[in-house]
Design a protein around this ligand. Structure first.
Ligand code: KG4
Ligand code: ZN
Length: 332
């Protein structure tokens, strides 16, 4: 494969641009985070996200081209996250991509955000099909089966909260800053023992549920408070993380064995979680199934993953046009 792609990602609270060569070489990857300004609201406020994107997008694109030492005429295509995500946020990236594509006579490729997360692993090593991807982010928890490039079959998904959402909500209960995932991860490693919280197995399905666990954490803390007993946040964090990690690992390994996949990959912001990476690595090693976890910088939102995915779409002849619109509920 030979192509050079400028990729743009603005689906949530990171303004990102990247230049990717041949689907696996990162010439540049620039991510402007809004975490600092969203922190005081305890989550992402869509209006504020859009404003940040407007302020950052041109700077981020220019920086990505400069760092890659690339001029627009070198490029084969512009790729952009089409959805899912916050519609106002998506539209900033899409309009920037359209303007760039129009000005420089380039084709435009619309990429699914979750497909992008999955293709972060293609920046680490070639994907081996059939594969199983565990996608765990702030908005998604899905097991995706892939027979080949561009073929996605969702075999399981959350019935309520996404894994990252559960992390962020539990973090809020523990008065930790947004986003809470990394704080819970750190605290879980500091605890000697964890509180024994339930596991939502949902028998005979690859679906997940995390809202019951979240309620169990809230009730546990409330009960201790009522009785005037000491609350040890680290033990709550560990108990919560152990429950999430055990269910995610068990279901992923079961599906991987049943489907006979050649590779398992983990994707999305929660895949930065140390406990989850270690647990999946250990369980898949035991089964002799190769496992790929991208470096932390490629787990959370970035544009390099969008460029990697777009490179394969470009090869397959996929082209969008200037009628592209933001698709907040885009299906995989
Ligand atoms: O993929 P991502 O950057 O954005 C979405 O597309 O949602 O994922 C963000 C989510 C947040 O919920 C954040 O708390 C979680 O990923 N996260 C983590 C860790 N790092 C980020 N969750 C658990 N452990 C971590 N180390
Ligand atoms: Zn994401």
């Amino acid at each position: 494969m030979e192509n050079l792609i400028l990729a743009i990602e603005t689906s949530c609270d990171e303004t990102a641009a990247s230049v990717i060569r041949n689907g696996n070489e990162i010439l540049s990857s620039v991510v402007a985070s809004q975490i600092e300004s969203q922190k005081r609201f305890g989550g992402v406020v869509p209006e504020i996200a859009s404003r940040h994107h407007v302020e950052q997008i041109t700077i981020v694109i220019e920086e990505a081209l400069e760092k890659a030492n690339v001029v627009p005429s070198d490029l084969d295509a512009v790729a952009v996250t089409e959805g899912p995500g916050l519609v106002g946020a998506l539209l900033i990236g899409i309009n920037a991509a359209k303007a760039f594509a129009f000005a420089h006579g380039l084709p435009i490729i619309g990429v699914h955000h979750i497909a992008g997360h999955i293709y972060a692993s293609a920046l680490v090593e070639p994907l081996q099909f059939p594969l199983l991807a565990l996608v765990v982010s702030g908005g998604h928890t899905e097991l995706v089966y892939m027979k080949g490039h561009g073929s996605f079959e969702v075999i399981g998904e959350t019935r309520d909260d996404a894994a990252g959402e559960a992390y962020d909500k539990v973090a809020r209960v523990l008065n930790l800053p947004y986003p809470g995932g990394p704080h819970i991860d750190r605290m879980a490693h500091e605890a000697e023992k964890g509180v024994d919280f339930p596991r939502a197995w949902l028998e005979d399905t690859y679906d997940f549920s995390f809202s019951g666990l979240k309620s169990a954490v809230i009730n546990y803390k409330h009960n201790l408070e009522q009785r005037g007993q000491e609350i040890i946040p680290e033990e709550i964090a560990k108990g919560f993380q152990d429950s999430v990690v055990e269910v995610l690992t068990t279901k992923t390994v079961k599906a991987a064995k049943e489907l006979g996949v050649k590779q398992v990959i983990v994707a999305g912001g929660v895949s930065a979680n140390r406990g989850l990476r270690e647990s999946l690595q250990k369980a898949l090693d035991q089964e002799g199934i190769p496992f790929t976890a991208p470096p932390l910088s490629l787990c959370t939102d970035n544009a390099a993953m969008i460029g990697a995915c777009a490179a394969y779409m470009y090869e397959a002849g996929v082209r969008g046009d200037l009628s592209m619109n933001g698709l907040p509920g885009k299906e995989l």
